[in-house]
Design a protein around this ligand. Structure first.
Ligand code: TYD
Ligand code: MG
Length: 457
């Protein structure tokens, strides 16, 4: 019989190690290991005690779609896949102070007003504090039941009696399971508490929202281990100095992943932003070199966003490559393609790239807009302000068509843009997407784009 030896668990990836070390061998995270008691009785379940026979069903059995409740906050409902699914478990992660408690208190109030019995359990603030916040948000009279408690046994006993439709646990790191012998916030505690709560959700048909703090240094057990246990993982992102907040679905068993909801942090809580493109572009002033508007798709929705680049000479032999809101590796690739295929070197130049408004873009469709911003900054030539750009760049320098062209163009047209620079549909496609009021300039490769747009090459 194998003896359970693993005693240290990584908060980032969940890997087990026999001894402590400063760095996790599995994922490379620093200072993320913490001690964990091994599970007793690792002798296998087919041992002495026989299991009971379970009933198997057919795949063909027809099932009604899960009942959903809408909060009336459209940005939240859409990210959830069209409302809150009964008996689902949802993790809302984000940096401390980003606004998770505010968002969930507002959501709790809206769901309660929509007729769902809601319990809000705070392990971080006293009930009076939560009540005060609710009053400041103008939600003082919402029928939400409150508790300030961290003992999970008591919480579950209460929920068992109350039978709410939704329970918010703020936060999972503060919950304490008395059968697990380690401090609240440790990986074993977080994992045990999340397991108890998700099981409760399935058993009682209550939806459970778990709030989880994500810390960079791994001091608190990250909710990464919890991600596998829940149906839906939402991340609440944004910069603290900035008023925009983005709720992003990174996993959703009941809807599309990658869907985003946009909010604005105001003095009276989070306000929904129903037209994010207008907001992301609102800070744009006069046409300046290095600024390009990218017509992107976030989830099911087109979003226009400004991409800004700054290129400056540097005496350093290793010039800086600094990126916010876009992938650093992808930037390196585009710089390499510009150099190798178009003969435009960026050696001896610092490059800064920024996606305005705090949005993080992961679409390769932004390649061409990034290249345009870089060239515009390098050549000190502004791109016409009525133009949007999108297209994927391949290593050969060819431009690849991207999905949902029509949606992107329609959104651009709606916001007053009249021209778009797009990948050529060429011989392969030739479908010719046309949107009234938009003039398209098509390019089959980067060289042709550079030559025509910047007259360089
Ligand atoms: P909070 O929801 O407590 O963050 P989290 O639960 O993610 O740690 O929100 C923290 C910040 O939000 C706080 O610094 C103040 C700001 N805030 C506002 O700007 N307006 C408001 O109406 C509220 C309630 C908070
Ligand atoms: Mg909080």
């Amino acid at each position: 019989m194998a003896k359970p030896t693993a005693q240290f668990t990584c908060a980032e990836c969940g890997a087990s190690h026999p001894r402590w070390s400063g760095r996790c061998d599995a994922c490379g995270a620093w200072n993320s290991l913490s001690e964990e008691k091994p599970l007793a009785a690792a002798s296998g379940v087919m041992g002495a005690k026989r299991g009971a026979k379970i009933t198997l069903t057919d795949l063909a059995t027809s099932e009604a779609p899960p009942p959903r409740t809408r909060s009336g906050m459209d940005e939240l409902d859409r990210v959830l896949g069209g409302g809150l699914v009964a008996a689902s478990a949802i993790l809302v992660g984000g940096d401390p102070g980003i606004g998770k408690s505010t968002l969930l208190l507002q959501a709790a109030a809206r769901f309660a007003q929509a007729g769902l019995p809601v319990v809000y359990v705070s392990g971080e603030e006293a009930s009076a504090q939560v009540r005060m916040r609710a009053q400041r948000l103008g939600l003082g009279s919402a029928p939400v039941r409150l508790a300030a408690e961290t003992n999970l046994r008591d919480i579950l006993a209460t929920l068992d009696a109350e039978r709410p439709g939704l329970v918010v646990i703020d936060s999972i790191q503060t919950m304490w399971v008395d059968t697990v012998d380690s401090a609240p916030g440790s990986v074993s505690q977080v994992r045990a508490a999340a397991h108890e709560l998700t099981t409760f959700a399935k058993r009682r048909g209550t939806s459970v929202v778990l709030v989880g703090h994500v810390t960079k240094d791994g001091q608190i057990a990250g909710p990464r281990v919890v991600e596998h246990m829940v149906d839906t993982v939402l991340y609440f992102e944004g910069e603290r100095g900035h008023q925009f907040r983005i709720l992003r679905a990174v996993k959703n068993r009941f809807g599309p992943a990658d869907e985003i909801g946009v909010f604005e942090m105001t003095g009276a809580g989070l306000a929904e932003v129903l037209n994010p493109s207008a907001l992301f572009l609102s800070e744009r002033g006069q046409p300046t070199a290095g600024s390009v508007v990218f017509a992107g798709i976030e989830g099911t929705r087109p979003v226009l966003v400004e991409i800004q680049a700054l290129v400056a000479p540097t005496p350093q032999s290793q010039p800086r490559r600094s990126v916010v809101g876009w992938d650093g590796g992808r930037l390196a690739m585009i710089l390499a393609v510009l150099e190798a295929r178009c003969g435009i070197p960026f050696a001896g130049l610092d490059v800064y790239l920024n996606v305005a408004g705090g949005l993080k873009i992961s679409e390769p469709a932004a390649d061409l807009a990034v290249a345009a911003a870089l060239l515009s900054a390098r050549e000190d030539a502004a791109v016409p302000p009525d133009t949007v750009i999108f297209g994927e760049i391949s290593l050969s320098g060819a431009l690849r068509p991207v999905g949902q062209m029509e949606n992107r163009l329609k959104e651009a047209q709606k916001l007053g843009f009249t021209r778009a620079i797009v990948p050529g549909t060429g011989a392969a496609g030739g479908k010719g997407v046309a949107v009234a009021g938009m003039t398209l300039t098509e390019h089959g490769d980067l060289t042709s784009f550079v030559g025509e747009t910047f007259g360089a090459g």
